[in-house]
Design a protein around this ligand. Structure first.
Ligand code: PMP
Length: 394
């Protein structure tokens, strides 16, 4: 049997991490993998999570299974955080998942069960894992234009043109906020037009939201998702707690389905629980429980919100200082988009040769498409990076 297997392509980002580790230079800069790092280069356990863990250790009396859909209190806590009162609860189905990736996987399997002919439309570019997940579950893929590499912003005209070609029943994948890898995001009026066009085409939006609170704040980052949930008759929302709660390895996420009515909600709910059952049975609970505790305890929630805001503002200030440093070195505002982008990532717009030069000559590691992790920077590495970018002639 095993002789039939072929070698899988190496994950480019993990490969980059290996190369970075092997580089003996002490002034090297890692802007690769998408993990938040503070000014000291660490990915800390958030204060409120640590406290919740202590409380849980004291109060937890069993580790017996929860439910196939996970804990209803977790569904409620994330639904409140994400949607506020934007969606009618009687139309919502929810299952806890194995991280945001697990939510995407269950979402795509649900689509395949409901409509195996559906095409999944993803932005160009998108988080690389979207493509193999859709292919692996046997769905067709198509890309819509999204990023304008000339301006560093969204090419909204092209995006709308492409969404005009989407067929009824197709899935339109949208990044809820902090687009990965580009950092370029839709404005609220643009979300409005997207809601209108997907509804007109009878397509179903699938929102991937993995960075709520990393962009313009917890409420602002959810605004597009809320608009879709309130306006579209059907939608899927895959939410990740990995980044904004700093619990990457706990694998915590939620899949929400906005359905047309309560009867369809019940059917969707049963199908989603069944998909959990055949994939891994019960979803992980530890991270979900911590998140629920943090969101429902006013003191823990205030502490979490404050720390998340520190994280957000530190990334914003790094963005501004990098844009300023590049303005000073290039004498132009070509990199002004860095201060406009939101979230952990921006795409610099360098060629693959320039990305290689940055790595080999300057010890600056970024993904081959020139995506940089802003949180990999600190006050002392910003000028070093700006010098390297200017010297490479990007
Ligand atoms: N979607 C996007 C856009 C992401 O960037 C990520 C994490 N890199 C995820 C989903 C999945 O996150 P996780 O499975 O770690 O919760």
């Amino acid at each position: 049997m095993f002789e039939n297997l072929t070698v899988q392509p190496e994950d480019q980002i993990l490969k980059l991490t290996g190369m970075f580790r092997a580089d003996p230079r002490t002034d090297k800069i890692d802007l690769g993998v998408g993990v938040y790092r503070n000014a000291a280069g660490q990915t800390p356990v958030m204060r409120a999570i640590k406290k919740a863990e202590q409380q849980l250790w004291n109060s937890e009396t069993t580790k017996a299974y929860t439910a196939l859909a996970g804990d209803p209190a977790f569904h409620q806590a994330i639904t409140d955080l994400l949607l506020g009162d934007a969606a009618d609860p009687s139309r919502l189905a929810a299952v806890a998942s194995v991280g945001g990736t697990g939510a995407l996987r269950i979402a795509m399997e649900l689509v395949r069960l409901a409509n195996p002919q559906a095409t999944v439309w993803v932005p160009s570019p998108t988080w690389p894992n979207h493509l193999p997940i859709a292919r692996h579950v046997g769905l067709k893929l198509a890309e819509y234009r999204y990023f304008d590499s000339e301006t560093g912003g969204v090419d909204f005209g092209a995006m709308m043109q492409d969404l005009g070609r989407v067929a009824p029943g197709d899935i339109v994948l949208l990044h809820g906020c902090c687009h990965n890898p580009t950092g370029a995001n839709l404005t609220l009026p643009e979300w409005d037009s997207v809601a209108e066009i997907v509804t007109r085409q009878a397509a179903i939006p699938l929102i991937d939201i993995a960075y709520q609170g990393f962009g313009d704040g917890l409420q602002a980052d959810a605004a597009g998702t809320r608009l879709i949930a309130s306006r579209c008759p059907e939608a899927l929302i895959a939410s990740s707690c990995s980044k904004n709660f700093g619990i990457y390895r706990e694998r915590t996420g939620l899949l929400l389905a906005v359905t047309p009515n309560t009867a369809m909600r019940d059917i969707a709910q049963g199908n989603m629980a069944t998909l959990n059952r055949v994939n891994f049975s019960f979803p992980p609970d530890h991270g979900a429980r911590l998140v629920t505790m943090v969101l429902t305890d006013p003191a823990l929630r205030a502490e979490w919100t404050a720390e998340l805001e520190e994280v957000r503002l530190s990334m914003l200030s790094l963005r501004e200082s990098l844009a300023d440093a590049l303005r000073a070195r290039t004498g132009s505002d070509r990199f002004g988009f860095l201060a406009q982008h939101r979230g952990m990532f921006s795409r610099l717009g360098a060629t693959s040769e320039q990305v290689e030069t940055l790595r080999e000559k300057h010890g600056v590691y970024m993904v081959g498409d020139s995506r940089i992790n802003i949180a990999g920077l600190n006050a002392s590495s910003v000028p070093v990076l700006a010098d390297a970018i200017a010297a490479t002639g990007i």
